[in-house]
Design a protein around this ligand. Structure first.
Ligand code: ATP
Length: 556
């Protein structure tokens, strides 16, 4: 009774210690792994993110990171199992070495079963994780495009697709379950056989010592009962010890997917010898810049499906070719040209979302790849075509790039972007919450908030991709005038199909097929009667085409 009580109390105390320890290790580990993974995802280049569904990153962060918990839990349980196993082996061995040896004879086949099933279970678990990640992506994509689905009446099709994804997920879980069931069955049979052997041999010892050749101190029924009741206390830890591989399999599958990201080197990162670059106005220079997207990108494959113009069909050639441009501090330049000419790609190279595959981009003569990425990006205020708005207040969205900005600075940026008026009409004004993706704002309002956000950063180079595409003529004129007002103070690089937004620029570069084919002021380009002239003729009144400030004529 006393030994039993001590053992029970010891086992329970060890159990509590195990829980405390494993929870501590698990939660701290989860925190660390999630933070590391998030930082890595933040650092990975746009190409990585664009070539994978968002759901993949979500699944890795939310579910796969638990893999480490499972592994750490197994490690902690194994440490505790070693202690329990050693104590129980001594206790049982002192009662009956022969029966203990029989009880432990289960260990070798147990270990073999665990190695064999460990491998299979891991393979199946990886498959399950991948299917689960696809499922998360499918849900994320279909919910994000629910409006499109409803507008085109594709609910049935999308439902069938969704159902297919769920079926695939469940099929892979079934495959895993089958292996788990087979594993449980084999382990159960092994212990069943070992239990029978212990009982059989123990029964024989009792029969021998009590009836056949009675001897004092021989095995009694009571001894056998005590021994068998302790069996569970040695087999439990034994299972944990030999089952390390099988127990860790699920966790290992998740952990492998996490490591896949953690071990990845971002295509754009600080070089070891990267130099700091204090923020101030600098000459921006593109020197024979060429660029090609990596082949596996989704947009590249969309092009390969043949839905693009003739210029876009030849994927073997560069998106940008031999682009040389020099923009001095305070100048404003514009890039115009047909859709797919490479204008947005060129803008993406400035903050190093991608690195050029040929040539160099320089700031004051320093190769952009040689400076710290953070410093380089602090030189640039960006308004992209698909700039996101966050689910916080209007003021917080505007101040995103400069969180310490005063209320007056936020208001001034909004005023310059032509956003002040509509913001003041919103319920709560600057404190009005913006819905996810800016869903409670119009396209033009979102665009103006993005412009305000960029202007507020105070970065010396303002880069705008189609900043006025969603604006009415009145607001387009307003924004254009604000950008004009930046002349001399900030460098403005703008891409626009609306020539009225760029007529005032110091230089306009016309792009075609990744090359700059014309350059000059609006008047010079109109007079040249080339590509720019035909674009201007399509967009503007004939007298404006003649070069009398088309922007103002159109806006008026
Ligand atoms: P638009 O005026 O329509 O915005 P653009 O001149 O800005 O067009 P880009 O967006 O730079 O053109 O695209 C240039 C080419 O590069 C296109 O053929 C496009 O399909 C391709 N492209 C753009 N982004 C990617 C990407 N992430 N992966 C692969 N190809 C891309």
């Amino acid at each position: 009774a006393a030994i039993g009580l001590v053992l029970k109390a010891g086992q329970d105390l060890l159990g509590v210690a195990q829980s405390v320890l494993s929870n501590r290790v698990n939660y701290n580990g989860l925190l660390r792994v999630r933070c590391d993974l998030y930082r890595k995802l933040q650092a990975l280049d746009l190409d990585y993110h664009r070539s994978r569904p968002q759901g993949d990153a979500i699944h890795r962060l939310s579910s796969d990171t638990f893999g480490f918990q499972a592994i750490l839990g197994t490690v902690v349980a194994t440490v505790v199992a070693v202690a329990t196993f050693a104590a129980m082996a001594v206790v049982l061995g002192s009662r009956s070495p022969a029966l203990t040896a029989i009880a432990l004879s289960v260990a070798p086949p147990l270990a073999i079963a665990n190695v064999v099933f460990g491998r299979r279970l891991k393979a199946r678990s990886i498959e399950c994780k991948e299917r689960d990640a696809e499922f998360t992506s499918a849900v994320q994509q279909s919910i994000a495009s629910v409006g499109l689905m409803q507008a085109f009446g594709r609910e049935a099709h999308e439902f069938a697709r969704f159902q297919g994804t769920v079926r695939e997920t469940i099929r892979s879980w079934w495959r895993l379950n089958r292996q788990q069931m087979a594993y449980t069955l084999i382990i159960g049979m092994l212990f069943g056989a070992a239990g029978a052997a212990v009982f059989g041999y123990g029964g024989y010892l009792v029969y021998r010592d009590q009836f056949l050749r009675p001897r004092p101190g021989g095995m009694t029924v009571g001894d056998l009962m005590v021994f068998t009741s302790y069996l569970g206390m040695i087999w439990g830890p034994l299972c944990t010890l030999t089952g390390f591989a099988a127990n860790a399999h699920g966790g290992a599958a998740g952990a492998e997917r996490v490591f896949e990201v953690l071990d990845r080197n971002p295509a754009v990162a600080d070089r070891l010898d990267a130099v700091p670059l204090p923020v101030r106005p600098r000459t921006l220079e593109f020197e024979h810049v060429g660029f090609e997207y990596p082949v596996a990108g989704p947009r590249a494959s969309a092009n390969a499906e043949g839905n693009s113009g003739p210029d876009e069909e030849d994927s073997s050639r560069g998106v940008l070719r031999d682009v040389s441009v020099r923009v001095r501090p305070g100048e404003s330049v514009a890039f115009v040209g047909a859709s797919g000419a490479g204008k947005s790609t060129l803008l993406n190279l400035i903050p190093r979302f991608y690195d050029p595959t040929a040539g160099t981009i320089r700031l004051d003569g320093v190769d952009a790849r040689a400076v710290k990425v953070e410093d380089l990006r602090r030189h640039v205020a960006l308004v992209l075509q698909d700039s996101a708005l966050l689910p916080s207040t209007v003021a917080e969205n505007i101040a995103y790039g400069r969180p310490g900005a005063s209320r007056e600075e936020v208001r001034e940026a909004a005023r310059m972007a032509g956003a002040a008026e509509f913001i003041e009409r919103l319920p709560g004004g600057y404190a009005c919450p913006v819905a996810e993706g800016g869903a409670n704002l119009s396209g033009g309002q979102r665009q103006r908030l993005n412009i305000a956000r960029a202007l507020l950063t105070g970065a010396p180079i303002v880069v705008l991709d189609e900043p006025t595409s969603a604006l009415d003529p009145h607001h387009e004129h307003f924004v254009t005038e604000s950008l004009r007002g930046l002349k001399g103070a900030r460098t403005v690089v703008i891409v626009s199909h609306r020539l009225s937004s760029v007529v005032h620029c110091d230089r306009i570069y016309v792009m075609d097929g990744g090359r700059i084919v014309e350059e000059g002021t609006h008047e010079q380009l109109v007079a040249r009667r080339g590509l720019y002239h035909s674009m201007a003729a399509l967009q503007m009144l004939p007298d404006a085409v003649a070069g009398h400030g088309g922007g103002q004529v159109r806006a008026a």
